[in-house]
Write a protein that binds this ligand. Structure first.
Ligand SMILES: Cc1cc2nc3c(=O)[nH]c(=O)nc-3n(C[C@H](O)[C@H](O)[C@H](O)COP(=O)(O)OP(=O)(O)OC[C@H]3O[C@@H](n4cnc5c(N)ncnc54)[C@H](O)[C@@H]3O)c2cc1C
Length: 475
C-alpha cells in the first residue's frame, strides 16, 4: 500500500472529494461534503457499509440537543467536554474535545432535519460517566439500522458509493498533495481515480498484528473482536505523507471475551459484584478499574485466561439480556454448590478459590479492604452456589491515530496541515488521551460523527465549494 509520488494530472475518473471508508465516519463525511455542494465518491473495501458497527444499539452521546431540551435536560458542549476531560484525567486534547462536543449536537439535528434520521433520546441507560442523559439512537435501537438510514440518505443525496473495493495506493505530488488513488475490486481488477481532497475514514489499526506489536504490545496477542477493515491503511499512507501520529498506544479492550461461545460477557457480571481469578485460582487486579488496563493484566496471566465468577443473583440479573441468555444455555457456564465444587469443575486449585471467596466476602461486608483497591460496598455479598465462565481479553479498537485539527485537517508533527488530507473517526487520534482507561463510553461514535462532518465539510470547502459551512462552534 505505497504512496506513489508523481506529477500525474490525468485520471480516467475523478471526484473532487474522495472518501476512503464507509463506516460511520465515512458516511457522515460524504454526506457533509455532498450537502456542501461537492461531488463525492466513497470507496469501501467490504461489500456492505457500516465498518465497526456490526452489532449493538448504536447510541451517540450529544449535549445540548433539542431532544434533551424536550425531556427537560439542561446540558452543554462544555459540560460534555468536562466529563471527557475528567475521564481522560486531563490528557485528552482540550481544544479537540470541545470541538467534537460542540459539533455533535448540530450534527445530530442536521441529520434529522436534512436527512430524515429520526433520533430519540435513549432514557434509562446507565450514564456511564456522563453527567447527563445524552445518548441518542434511532427507533430500531440498532447501529446497523442507523447505517442503513445513512446509506439511503447518502445515495439520495447523490454520493457515488463503490463497495467491495479496497484503496491500495495513494498518488501524491512531492509537496504531499494527494492527487488520486488506486483501488482493487474483489475480482482482482483495479482502477485509478483522481481527487482534489481526500478524507481518510478507513478506521483504526487494531486488525493489523504488526501495528499491535509495535504500538500496544500488552494486548498484541489478545483476541481481536473488532472489524477486519481496521488494518491501519490510513496510518500507513498518512505517515508516509508526513502526518504526525498521536496516542497510538491507546486502545479499547475488555477482559470479558468467552472463547467457548465467541462473545463478550455482559458488564453486569462484574459490575454487580462478580470477580475474576486466573488459572491458579487467584485474583490478579481490580476488575472494575479501567477496561483496557485490566485486559492487559489478564493477558499477563498464565495462558492469558481467567474465570469470571458470580452468583445466582447476578446470573438472574444478567438473564435480562438476550446475549447472556444464549450463553447461559450453553456449556460455557460452569456451576458449583461451593467454591471447592466449582474449582473441581473448572480445574483450578480448590484451596485458592475457597480462600478468594472468603476474602471477597470480607471485602463485601466491609470486614477488610481489597488490596487491589476495588470498592465492593453497595453490592450484596456473593452467595452460594457459584457460576464461572472462562474468559480472555478482547481488543476492540484503537484510540490513537493521525493528528488532526478542529477542521478535520491532517497535521504534520509541527502542527501544520497537509495540503488536502482530512481524517476522522478511528483513523484520527481520539480525545481519550494516551491511555485506554481515558475512554468515556460513546467516544468512538462521538468522534466518528463530529470529525466526519468537520472533515467532509472542510474537504468540500477546500475544493472550492463556498457554500460549505463548518458545523456550529467547531473552531
Ligand atoms: C466490538 C466493538 C464495540 C464498540 N462499541 C462502541 C460503543 O458502545 N460506543 C461507541 O461509541 N463506540 C463503540 N465502538 C467503536 C465504534 O464502533 C467506532 O468508534 C466507530 O464505528 C468508528 O467508525 P469509523 O467510521 O471511524 O471506522 P470503521 O467503522 O472501522 O469504518 C472504517 C471503514 O473503512 C473501511 N476501509 C478500511 N480500509 C479501507 C481501504 N483501504 N479502502 C476502502 N475501505 C477501507 C473498512 O472496511 C470500514 O468499513 C465499538 C467498536 C467495536 C469494534
Amino acid at each position: 500500500m505505497p504512496v506513489e509520488f508523481s506529477d500525474r494530472m490525468t485520471y480516467p475518473q475523478s471526484a473532487p472529494v474522495l472518501v476512503v471508508g464507509g463506516g460511520l465516519c465515512g458516511l457522515i463525511a460524504a454526506l457533509a461534503a455532498r450537502d456542501a455542494g461537492a461531488e463525492v465518491v466513497l470507496i469501501e473495501r467490504e461489500t456492505h457499509l457500516g465498518g465497526s458497527i456490526q452489532s449493538g444499539r448504536g447510541i451517540v452521546p450529544a449535549a445540548g440537543t433539542r431532544y434533551q431540551a424536550a425531556a427537560g435536560i439542561v446540558d452543554s458542549a462544555s459540560q460534555f467536554a468536562a466529563d471527557l476531560q475528567r475521564k481522560s484525567r486531563g490528557a485528552g486534547d482540550v481544544r479537540m474535545t470541545l470541538a467534537v462536543t460542540s459539533a455533535v449536537a448540530p450534527t445530530i439535528e442536521w441529520l434529522a432535519d436534512r436527512h430524515g434520521v429520526p433520533w430519540q433520546l435513549e432514557p434509562g441507560l446507565p450514564q456511564a460517566g456522563h453527567a447527563k442523559q445524552r445518548f441518542h439512537g434511532v427507533p430500531e435501537r440498532s447501529g446497523v439500522a442507523l447505517v442503513r438510514r445513512l446509506e439511503e440518505a447518502a445515495r439520495r443525496a447523490g454520493v457515488r458509493i463503490i463497495t467491495g473495493a479496497r484503496v491500495l495506493d495513494l498518488h501524491a505530488s512531492e509537496d504531499g498533495r494527494v492527487v488520486g488513488a488506486m483501488y482493487t475490486r474483489r475480482d482482482g481488477t483495479s482502477e485509478d481515480i483522481g481527487c482534489q481532497a481526500l478524507v481518510l475514514a478507513s478506521g483504526g489499526f487494531a486488525a493489523n498484528g504488526s501495528y499491535r506489536k509495535q504500538f500496544m504490545p500488552a494486548v498484541a496477542e489478545a483476541f481481536y473482536a473488532g472489524h477486519r477493515g481496521s488494518y491501519g491503511d490510513a496510518l500507513h499512507w498518512a505517515s508516509r505523507l508526513g502526518a504526525g501520529l498521536r496516542h497510538t498506544g491507546a486502545y479499547s479492550a475488555r477482559a470479558a471475551f468467552a472463547p467457548s461461545c465467541g462473545q463478550l460477557l455482559p458488564r453486569t457480571l462484574i459490575d454487580e459484584g462478580g470477580i475474576q481469578v486466573n488459572l491458579r485460582g487467584e485474583r490478579f487486579g481490580n476488575e472494575v478499574d479501567g477496561d483496557a488496563d485490566f485486559a492487559a493484566q489478564l493477558m499477563a496471566q498464565p495462558r492469558g485466561l481467567a474465570w469470571t465468577i458470580y452468583d445466582e443473583r447476578i446470573h438472574q440479573q444478567a438473564m435480562g439480556g438476550d446475549e447472556y441468555r444464549v450463553l447461559a444455555g450453553s456449556n460455557a457456564v460452569h456451576q458449583g454448590a461451593t467454591p471447592e465444587a466449582l474449582a473441581a469443575q473448572i480445574g483450578v486449585p480448590a484451596p485458592a478459590l475457597a480462600d478468594v471467596f472468603d476474602r471477597v466476602r470480607d471485602y463485601q461486608i466491609g470486614r477488610s479492604v481489597d488490596p487491589f483497591g476495588r470498592v465492593f460496598a453497595g453490592r450484596e455479598p456473593m452467595a452460594l452456589p457459584l457460576r464461572a465462565v472462562c474468559v480472555t481479553a478482547a481488543l476492540l479498537h484503537t484510540q490513537g491515530g493521525l493528528m488532526v485539527d478542529v477542521h478535520g485537517r491532517v497535521l504534520r508533527d509541527d502542527g501544520t496541515p497537509l495540503p488536502n488530507l482530512f481524517a476522522g473517526g478511528h483513523a484520527a487520534c481520539g480525545i481519550s488521551g494516551p491511555h485506554g482507561s481515558g475512554y468515556l463510553p460513546g467516544s468512538g461514535w462521538l468522534c466518528a460523527l463530529s470529525l466526519g462532518r468537520l472533515a467532509g465539510t472542510s474537504a468540500a470547502r477546500m475544493v472550492g465549494w463556498a457554500g460549505a459551512q463548518a458545523p456550529e462552534a467547531a473552531a
